[in-house]
Design a binder for this molecule. Structure first.
Ligand SMILES: Cc1cc2nc3c(=O)[nH]c(=O)nc-3n(C[C@H](O)[C@H](O)[C@H](O)COP(=O)(O)OP(=O)(O)OC[C@H]3O[C@@H](n4cnc5c(N)ncnc54)[C@H](O)[C@@H]3O)c2cc1C
Length: 422
């Protein structure tokens, strides 16, 4: 892979042809995750598109001029002109391929695709999901010298990486930023030697044959699989939500609250997440209206007391949203009073929804015994109804879903598996 400096940028990138530049940094896990994908694609597309790397820290003024704000960022050029599309963060192979394909003729795309050789790799254990549950299982297995591969559709860390502060994970006197805690967990497991395949597309999961296909052409086989895919936020399922998801409607305060400085926000929900996150959003927003279907919050007392003492927060109990509509830059939330059935409209700059979670089991839900809420049933060793398939963390049927409980599940599964594998 050719590494270029500022002096070479003119001749290697601007002089002509099709070029993709990877602005990377050191000590950057997403850059490490991208590197093998970039290398592999350079081998495939290298006759048509030039692939080069630039060390961002050493080329800061150029990176800033090109709009590069984080590492890694891929910037594309055609005949010396920078293309509008760039990519950063946990970049998926399929997204890069999509962009590369758009830069060359469809005949060349077909020809290049005909050269893709499917690969197969084998491990003792394959873990699906690199949140606290999966990462802990990976750590214990690795320390037991069990050859383990961790696969995640996103970067490692799971939900913790998008939680603004964690104050109840033992071992830290002060609250920890969620991204720091998940970064440390991930690095600990990685440094032990667990193989990571992250920010990939999971194309197929065959639990019976213990095979997972990622990025269409890469099959990963294992003697045992641990499912640690966690949960995703529930949607309201009302008109306007899908259209405005990510465009004013958010499910992650850590990710998006910062965009609402001195703005008005509606928060929907009444459990711990809604109440704690509403308090966090109030660090930025000027006014928050929290809508809850019952006439009292279900969050713990301490969180409620903090919220009630917050002068920026208004509460609307016994109300339920019915639709979202855009009005210029604003979102209009139509809300029904569940007692009188009358409706009112609330105008805000953004909406945050925290109404519970659902298990991430789409690709294999018909193969395993589930509870009536769709969570995977396990025994005390975290074994599922299918031989050699284990499940840990938020995705399993249990009463309390916390980092500590996910970590405990991961520990149990890993010890049980290590013993079985001998
Ligand atoms: C807003 C919020 C605040 C929270 N605050 C706290 C707190 O303060 N303290 C606390 O203890 N807990 C807290 N929690 C709960 C805690 O985050 C979870 O209990 C914990 O992260 C569960 O870990 P997990 O490994 O089971 O799943 P997750 O953390 O959800 O990780 C699952 C991983 O699986 C990946 N994945 C999903 N589908 C697939 C697939 N098909 N193939 C491969 N990978 C896949 C995901 O990308 C993700 O990385 C909070 C949760 C939320 C939402």
């Amino acid at each position: 892979m050719k590494e270029i400096n500022l002096a070479e940028f003119e001749t290697e990138v601007l002089a002509g042809g099709k070029v993709v530049v990877d602005f990377y940094s050191t000590e950057c896990p997403p850059c490490d995750a991208l590197a093998p994908k970039f290398e592999g694609l350079a081998n495939l597309y290298g006759n048509d598109i030039k692939f080069v790397k630039m060390f961002r820290q050493q080329n800061k003024p150029l990176a800033e001029k090109l709009g590069v704000k984080s590492s890694p960022t891929l910037v594309f050029f055609d005949n010396g002109v920078q293309l509008e599309k760039s990519m950063s963060g946990g970049i998926k192979r399929s997204d890069i391929i999509h962009q590369l394909d758009s830069m060359i003729s469809s005949e060349r795309v077909l020809e290049i695709k005909s050269h893709i050789k499917p690969t197969v790799s084998e491990f003792d254990v394959l873990i699906l999901g690199a949140g606290p549950g999966g990462l802990t299982a990976g750590l214990y297995l690795c320390q037991s010298k069990v050859n383990t591969c961790l696969i995640d559709i996103a970067l490692p860390g799971g939900q913790v990486s998008t939680t603004h502060e964690v104050s109840n994970y033992p071992g830290f006197i002060n609250p920890q930023p969620g991204y720091m805690l998940s970064h440390n967990m991930s690095e600990q497991t990685k440094q032990c030697g667990t193989i990571y395949k992250v920010a990939v597309d999971v194309t197929k999961i065959d639990l019976e044959n213990r095979e997972v296909v990622i990025d269409e052409f890469e099959t990963v086989k294992a003697k045992k699989i641990i499912i640690a895919t966690g949960t995703s936020p529930n949607l309201m399922g009302i008109p306007g939500e899908r259209e405005m998801k990510g465009k004013g409607i958010s499910y992650c305060a850590t990710c998006d609250a910062k965009y609402y400085g001195d703005k008005e926000v509606v928060v929907i929900g009444g459990g711990n997440s809604a109440v704690e996150e509403a308090d966090f959003i109030s660090k930025f927003a000027s006014k928050i209206t929290i809508i809850h279907q019952f006439d009292a919050f279900t969050a713990n007392k301490q969180a409620q007391e903090k919220l009630f003492a917050n002068s920026k927060v208004n509460t609307l109990f016994s109300h339920e949203p019915r639709s979202f509509e855009r009005n210029g830059n604003k979102i209009v939330t139509e809300v029904e009073d569940l007692k009188t059935k009358s409706r009112i409209k609330l105008t805000s700059d953004g909406v945050f929804i925290f109404i519970g979670m659902k298990p991430n089991i789409e690709l294999f839900k018909d193969k395993l015994e589930l509870d009536k809420w769709g969570y995977i049933k396990t025994n005390e060793d975290m074994q599922t109804s299918l031989r050699d398939i284990y499940a840990v963390g938020d995705v399993i049927s249990k009463k309390y879903r916390q980092i500590t409980t996910a970590v405990a599940d991961g520990t149990i599964a890993a010890i049980a598996i290590a013993k079985e594998l001998g």
